[in-house]
Ligand binder design. Structure first.
Ligand code: PLP
Length: 427
């Protein structure tokens, strides 16, 4: 399937039914799988044979959908998780242990920031947050001898900064560690972080991939190109025997292409169990089938909204990386030449109170703790998703108190603009 273009892959990759088999990916709603001999089951436990034995680790429906996302991102192996949060946690925790350290862009989703700065810190993993637009020297200064990974978002939620993927990849590789990129907002339709040096990609599939606000989920994709063996001392979990798994060494048994995802599956999924239901994976697949159509329409509509807001007298500022004159326009042209995302951030003149009035005035768009589904919705991050942050932390994450995040949907653009216009008229 890899020779096909992305629209074709979105429909066909990951599952090829044989004669007489279901045309759609079947929902295998079963926790368990039957075998006739103990030896067969034993071979599965020893990872000597491939097959399914318990859905907490793997399920065929999930694997077909993971294989599709793997193809879309151009990776060698992928897994689905029950949320984007679980994907971010697994991607880091698969590599980094207590006492070790991660360099992270400060411009990331508030929930990810909380996971890293609070919850994972309690596990003894330290994060240094760097301005994504820092100089190479400043980035370099953030590394420590115990640094084991670098993390950033292609397009950050909600600040809409565009990551200089090559700069972050260069710094990570100079220190013998991988770059993990959250590609949720861009999707593989608009950006391929592996082409620019990223090693591992994460997704909240709850967003554009699912696209209809049906199912919370996440994904992790490995490029298969990071040479764990060349930095074996840093990654003993991948390069030395795992006593909790019959002494297998993941890089030896599964190669660079499969070691990372196999370890995350058989260790982290086994022990932590953040597996999505087959039913949710089925919904995700339906979303993936139309991803390129929807993403193109989201981008077209968002650009029209951004242009409209830019010229509106009641709007203080607008941020959209696809908008001419945006600070990230040039970088977006490089990494995301076909479009960026459907999310626009802006400030209503009059600050926090005016922002709140504008949102209450919207009729078509809903106020929702979500972005990136088919229907237009809006949120005020400072009082919701990012409310745990201090003003200083908000500033570092690129979120000002008056910031309104508008997730532009795929409705008729004339109706979206009319709604924005009448809501602004009430401010
Ligand atoms: N990454 C990004 C960029 C997000 O926007 C989100 C959620 O909004 C997440 C990760 C977390 O994903 P989930 O809500 O599926 O756990």
């Amino acid at each position: 399937m890899s020779q096909h273009r992305i629209s074709t892959q979105c429909l066909h990759a990951g599952y090829t039914p044989a004669n007489g088999e279901p045309r759609n990916i079947p929902i295998i709603q079963s926790t368990t799988f039957r075998y006739t001999t103990g030896e067969q089951m034993g071979a599965l436990f020893d990872l000597e044979a491939s097959g399914y034995f318990y859905t907490r680790l793997q399920n065929p429906t999930n694997d077909h959908v993971a294989a599709k996302i793997c193809a879309l991102e151009g990776g060698t192996a992928a897994m689905l998780t029950s949320s984007g949060q679980a994907a971010s946690f697994y991607a880091i925790f698969n590599l980094v242990s207590c006492g070790e350290h991660v360099v992270c862009s400060s411009s990331i989703y508030g929930g990810t920031y909380n996971l890293f700065a609070v919850t994972m810190k309690r596990m003894g993993i330290d994060f240094t947050f760097v301005d994504p637009d820092c100089s190479e020297e400043e980035l370099e200064a953030a590394f420590r001898p115990k640094t084991r990974a670098v993390f950033g978002e292609t397009i950050a939620n909600p600040a809409l900064t565009v990551l200089d993927i090559e700069k972050f990849a260069r710094a990570a590789h100079a220190h013998g560690v991988p770059l993990i990129v959250d590609n949720t907002f861009a999707t593989p339709v608009n950006c391929h972080p592996f082409q620019w040096g990223a090693d591992i990609i994460t997704h909240s599939t709850s967003k554009y991939m699912d696209g209809h606000a049906n199912a919370v989920g996440g994904a992790i994709v490995d490029s298969g190109t990071f040479d764990w063996n060349a930095h074996a001392g840093k990654f003993p979990g991948l390069t030395t025997p795992d006593e909790s798994y019959h002494g297998i060494t993941y890089t030896e048994r599964f190669g660079l292409e499969g070691a990372f995802i196999t370890k995350a599956t058989v260790q982290l999924m086994r022990d932590l169990g953040a597996i999505p239901s087959p039913q949710n994976c089925y919904y995700l697949n339906i979303g993936l089938e139309t991803l390129p159509l929807r993403v193109a329409r989201h981008c077209e509509n968002a650009l029209a909204v951004a242009r409209y807001l830019k010229d509106h007298p009641k709007v203080a500022w607008v941020r959209y990386p696809g908008l001419e004159g945006d600070p990230y326009f040039e970088r977006a042209q490089k990494y995301l030449p076909n479009g960026t995302c459907g999310v626009v951030s802006f400030g209503v003149k009059g600050g926090r109170a005016a922002a709140s009035k504008f949102m209450s005035g919207l009729e078509l768009a809903s106020i929702a703790t979500h972005v990136a589904d088919a229907k237009t919705c809006t949120l005020h991050p400072a009082s919701t998703t990012h409310r745990q942050m201090t003003d200083e932390e908000l500033h570092a994450a690129g979120v000002s108190p008056d910031l309104v995040r508008l997730s532009v949907g795929i409705e008729d653009i004339r109706d979206i603009l009319a709604d924005v216009e009448q809501a602004l008229a009430q401010v």
